[in-house]
Design a protein around this ligand. Structure first.
Ligand SMILES: [Cu+2]
Length: 132
């Protein structure tokens, strides 16, 4: 190994290790990318206008989720969280909860789910409770 090669060896090796690490991460992550939980359907739908303050929320995902490590948070026009009652989902790819006695207004249901591949995804649906 010549002097020039010896001088270059260290930074090159570090860069090579970095490339290998990125490649390894890519190989580990990409086949499982399909297992990310994506919301495919919700009740109410995003943008829905409802004429009741008693709502059962169902969120269906494209893959199995860890229900115990998933979070649903309902907020109204204030930033305070509104209590939700957890309900038994119909399958391993669903979150289900209910709220009772919501007044007229705009609400946001924020969700965060842990998919079986260990990745977390988040989103929110907005709906309106209109006069009955
Ligand atoms: Cu993933």
């Amino acid at each position: 190994m010549g002097t020039t090669a010896a001088l270059l060896a260290r930074p090159h090796r570090a860069r090579f290790a970095g490339v290998l690490l990125m490649l390894a991460l890519f190989l580990v992550c990409s086949p499982r990318a399909f297992a990310h939980a994506v919301l495919v359907r919700s009740t109410p739908a995003d943008g829905a206008v409802l004429h009741t303050g008693n709502i059962t929320f169902t969120l269906d995902y494209n893959s199995r989720i860890d229900e115990r490590r998933s979070v649903l948070q309902l907020t109204g026009s204030g930033s305070q969280a509104i209590a939700l009652t957890t309900e038994t989902p119909t399958g391993p790819a669903q979150l289900k909860a209910a709220a009772r006695g919501l007044k007229s207004g705009v609400y946001h249901l924020a969700w965060q789910v842990l998919a079986e591949d260990g990745h977390i995804t988040r989103g929110a649906i907005t709906f309106t409770v209109a006069g009955k």
